[in-house]
Design a protein. Sequence first.
Length: 380
Amino acid sequence: MKICLFNVTSTIARIGSAEIGGLEAHTFRLANALARRGHEAILFGGMPPGEGEAPVSTARVRRFLCIETSRVPDLGTRFRRLAQRLHFAWGCRREFLAERFDACLVFKTYDFPSVWEWRRRGWRGRAVARLSGEEFFATDRFFARAVDAIYAVSARLANAAARRYGRVCPVIPNFVEASPFAAPEDPPVILAAGRLVGWKGFDVLLRAFARIEGARLVIAGDGPERGRLEALARNLGLAGRVEFTEAIPSGELARRRAVARVAVQPSAGYDSCPNAALEALGAGLSLTASTSVDVPACFDEVEAVRRFRAGDAEGLAMALRELLDEPLAAWRMRGARARALTEDGFSEERLVSRLEELLKGEARGGSLADAGRRDRVAPP
């Protein structure tokens, strides 16, 4: 199959930008995985004015001029993202139609109007949408009719999408690779990875860490909040105990995970099945996650995840103390269970095969009325 992965932000690599996160990294992983399975995968990504060459990928990458959301009038985050994606789609419409794709994978509800426009101009391929957030907007139901299938990365999000669009919405989480165990460093390392933006809750993590003794904190990532977070760390007296790594390659992040004791996902806003959380569990780490983080329930069942109320620094500090005080043998046993779950249920082979079924039109679909409530979500 000739497949387009249509994600404007996937190739925007401006340092400190709020555009880049786990979704962008996963777009490349999907493109490469589909290419390895024999498909002609072509990634359509954005190129802000003045940007350089495309990122390296085993799949084909085509870049087109786009605007960054910060340059769109601030009428709300959703308006900015919708405007960015419509501008991008209009700029590459001729090239998209000329490729005659068999299928297209879009990554946001904001791409639904673009699919509708491609249909209007004669495109007859299969459109599949991947949802990783509740980014609904006023007219999305109308444009969603142009999309053949919608899937979500978590059960909670799949249920929300099913209610909104009145159709079966399967769950296909991100795939991850399980990492080998390594000896954790002493003093123990707490690792947090992600974009440094306000809703990710890193300020809560710093306030919680100020209540912890005998440990180090590594924050891996970059974004517009970095300066404010570094200032907060200094004000809390954490100089020398907190390391900000900036954005680092996946191999370096894996090395950091290998020597960490605990991973933290402190998100203050809704965070659906983040890559950083799954990768930490795949590395056998204990995960402390806020109630806003949608980690698959199977990891809670093996007690691999400790929860705290989003925004509660004291609750996070208490959870971290319990994990840091835990005997190493118990930590390794729980980590082995989490790693085994990752290998079994979140492998590339399993999850990309399910995506292929959607792209080919072989997976179950239809309306909720036809499928019944029991089919509202298909678990991974």
